[in-house]
Design a protein around this ligand. Sequence first.
Ligand code: ZN
Length: 285
Amino acid sequence: MRFGNKGSEKPGLQLEGGKRVSIPESFGDYDEAFFESGGLSRLSEWAKSEGEAAPAIEDGLRIGAPLCRPSKIICVGLNYSDHAEESGMEEPKEPVLFFKATTSYQGPYDDLEIPAGSVKTDWEVELGVVIGKRAKQVSKENAFDYVAGYVLHNDYSEREWQLERGGQWVKGKSADTFGPCGPWLATKEDIPDPGNLSLWLKVNGEAVQNGITSNLIFDVPTLVSYISKYMTLLPGDLISTGTPAGVGLGFDPPRYLSSGDLVELGIDGLGTQTQMAVSGIDADL
Ligand code: ZN
C-alpha cells in the first residue's frame, strides 16, 4: 500500500493481522526498479522478521494508489460475454486491447471528477494484473512468472467520447481520476487463483455489477502472453482485465453518473474502493 497526500505518498505494508506499517526507506518506492530488482521477495523476508516491530501508519492518512504510476495501463475490452452482450457487441475472437492514459491513475478513495462536457460517465469494476518482471513474448504456460500480483481497478469510461466520437476508445478512458487503483496490491501468493474472484459495484448503495472472474473470456495467463507478443510489459505495468455486466451503458435507458453520486466496489481479497462523483473544473477549451 502507499500512504500520504497526492504526489507524496510513501510505501507501506499491511501485515497478515491487518496492522499497517511503514517500511525502511532503503526499499524505495513501489516502482519499476523495485519490482525488477526482486523488491517484493525482499519485502516479504523483511516483513517476517521485522514487520511487527515496524512503526504503525497513523490513522486517517490518505491511502494512495498502491504502486507508482505505471509505464502503461493496458485494458481489455469485452472480456465477459454478458458485458459484450449488454454493449451490443460480438464476443471477441481475440482479446480487444486499448490504452488508458496513465494520468487517469489515482487512489481508491479519491473523488471521481466528471470531466467538463461529459454526459455519459460510467463505471467498470475490474481485476487488475500487475507485472513483476519484464515480459516480452512469454508463453501462456510461463505467464504467472511475470505477474507480481493483483489490484482492484475502476475503469471509468465516458461513453460518448469512447463510442460516438470516432477514433480509438482511449478518448473515453483517460480523463483525470478515471483510474482509481487499490487500496492494496495483493501478491500472487496471496491470490493463488485469480480465476475465481467475485467482483461487485454499487451506485448509491444499489448493487449494479456482480460478476466472477471465472467468466473471463480470456484469463490472466492468456492475456499476459497475448499482450507480451505485441509490446514489452515492464515491471509495475497494469493490465485491466475487463468488466462484467451491469455498467450504466447496459441499462435501458442507460444510467450515467452525476455530481453527488457515490460509487463503491470490491473484489475478493483486493479490498474495496469508494469514490464520490464531483464536477470537474471547466477547462479553457
Ligand atoms: Zn474496462
